[in-house]
Design a protein around this ligand. Structure first.
Ligand code: MG
Length: 260
């Protein structure tokens, strides 16, 4: 018996006798092959040109303004926009996307100042991306800058050390590409943890890493039930800059499983 499931639309069909026609005659190899072809739905076309957001992306910053963001304190996001980028206004507080997200593919680029005189460790231009306002992918100038590795750039802060360190020197743009599968809860309890994959400058640093709970500076992570939530960028009182931020919402794959 073979299960053919359409998990997006919630139907499951049971197939048996793949080698026999309705009339009970043996199928030809071509007819057998056609039994496992699935023609619907057809994946939507997405235009993806180099160095630009894919056509189905939600653009959160394209160089013009912070209209897609607001202050964590409420009201307008007041970080400074200049030259197709924006920069943390130290002390203004974190900013959050106006839109909430569940599973996403996220692209953003960030840069820390070239002058690092007298700065080291966690103080060398710290920021971060809080997925669903809870799970921090660390941003830090980790180029020749010793700190605890589970707090360096590309770590899931205090949870997971990046596989490698592909950072460019400070003063150069860095790219983050993040694939995030949100945790799932039922009746207030965790039923599936979150997972995150991170590439820095095109290099894999987190490979489908399990998220252990909310990122904490002190103490271990724990989960608390929540729904879809905004992205949040951290004001750690350092002038970290950002550009080219876009998100694609991830739908479930459609599984066509004809295993015997
Ligand atoms: Mg941080």
């Amino acid at each position: 018996m073979t299960i053919f499931s359409f998990n997006r639309i919630g139907t499951a069909l049971l197939f048996s006798g793949l080698s026999v026609s309705a009339a009970g005659t043996e199928l030809s190899p071509q007819e057998k092959a056609e039994k496992t072809e699935v023609w619907e739905p057809v994946p939507a076309m997405v235009t993806a040109k180099p160095n630009s957001a894919p056509s189905d992306a939600i653009v959160l910053f394209d160089g013009d303004n912070l209209d897609a963001w607001e202050s964590i304190h409420g009201g307008k996001a007041t970080w400074q926009v200049s030259g197709n980028a924006f920069t943390v206004s130290p002390g203004a507080g974190d900013i959050v996307s106006k839109q909430s997200f569940c599973d996403v593919q996220l692209h953003l680029e960030w840069k820390t100042p070239a002058d690092v005189e007298g700065m080291e460790g966690q103080e060398r231009n710290n920021s971060g991306i809080f997925l669903q306002q809870r799970y921090e992918v660390q941003i830090l100038d980790s180029y020749n800058n010793k700190t605890y590795p589970n707090g360096q750039a590309g770590s899931i802060y205090k949870q997971s050390i990046p596989l490698v360190n592909p950072l460019h020197p400070p003063g150069e743009w860095q790219t983050y590409d993040i694939i995030f599968n949100a945790p799932e809860f039922s009746d207030g309890s965790l039923v599936k943890p979150g997972y995150v994959t991170v590439l820095i400058n095109g290099v894999l640093v987190q490979n489908h890493t399990e998220i252990l709970g909310r990122s904490e500076w002190i103490g271990g992570p724990t989960y608390e039930a929540h729904g879809c939530a905004p992205l949040q960028l951290q004001d750690h009182t350092n002038p970290v800059s950002f550009r080219n931020i876009w998100v694609r919402e991830i739908a479930d794959n459609i599984l066509t499983d004809f295993r015997e």
